[in-house]
Design a binder for this molecule. Structure first.
Ligand code: GLN
Length: 230
């Protein structure tokens, strides 16, 4: 049984859970999603974790009472090989931890550097992830209580190219090109939109809002040691 921690800070947490469970089914893995709400939840039984998007400043503030972020950072320092997927604000938290901690990814990042909320966009990005088996399990999602269908529900990239991934950028940060010294795993034109530093993967878009499960599959494969190294 793999125990995958999900930081309950803000953002699309339940979509991450759905994506992880769909990937686990696809890979025939037993996975338990552990909601991380306070520092004591982030113990050594957690095999990997997801830092969702949201608003990084609010996330930092929200975590102070229960010390969650601090607990997550300590867990990452103690278990540097355990996989972490950080999406959007999660990428910011990996690149810019609080206090005197060293960054967990060797990539500088600028917040809100694509503009304001209404300048959010969707675009195909080119992804190169070390995966053994690709996963595209589709999750059936019914409209919510307001009758709204979730964003990019079928989530398949319009582009036939297998590296193409539907990128959903919501008031996204931007990696600073010259500062990236770890592996690049996602590009949008000349922009770097995803990096991999050892067992940490950080993207500036929201893979959990699409039906393409590649990133969640990577996390699970990396956790079981099934993923090839880059
Ligand atoms: N703008 C947010 C921040 O700076 C990130 C946006 C997101 O996670 N979708 O923290």
């Amino acid at each position: 049984m793999l125990r995958i921690g999900l930081a309950m800070l803000q953002g699309a947490r339940h979509e991450h859970e759905e994506a992880l469970l769909a990937s686990a089914m696809d890979l025939e893995l037993d996975v338990e999603i552990v909601y991380l709400r306070s520092a004591k939840d982030v113990d050594e039984t957690i095999d990997a974790l997801v830092l969702p998007g949201g608003e990084s400043t609010a996330m930092r503030k929200a975590s102070t009472s229960e010390g969650l972020l601090d607990g997550i950072y300590s867990w990452m320092e103690h278990h540097s090989n355990r996989p972490v997927l950080g999406t959007c604000a999660g990428a910011i938290l990996l690149a810019m931890p609080d206090g005197s901690r060293s960054p967990f990814i060797r990539a500088g990042i600028s917040r809100n550097a694509w503009g304001r909320q209404r300048q959010s966009f969707e675009a195909d990005v080119a992804v190169d992830l070390p995966l053994h088996v690709s996963s595209n399990a589709k999750v059936e999602r019914t409209p919510d209580e307001f009758g709204h269908t979730p964003l990019a529900v079928d989530g398949q990239s319009k582009n036939e190219d297998s590296s193409s991934f539907p990128g959903v950028f919501i008031r996204a940060p931007r990696f600073e090109l010259e500062s990236v010294t770890c592996d690049v795993i996602a590009r949008f034109g000349n922009e770097i939109v995803g990096v991999m530093d050892g067992s940490k993967c950080a993207v500036t878009f929201h893979p959990e809002l699409t039906g393409d499960r590649r990133f969640h599959t990577w996390l699970l494969q990396q956790t079981t040691g099934q993923a090839p190294t880059n």
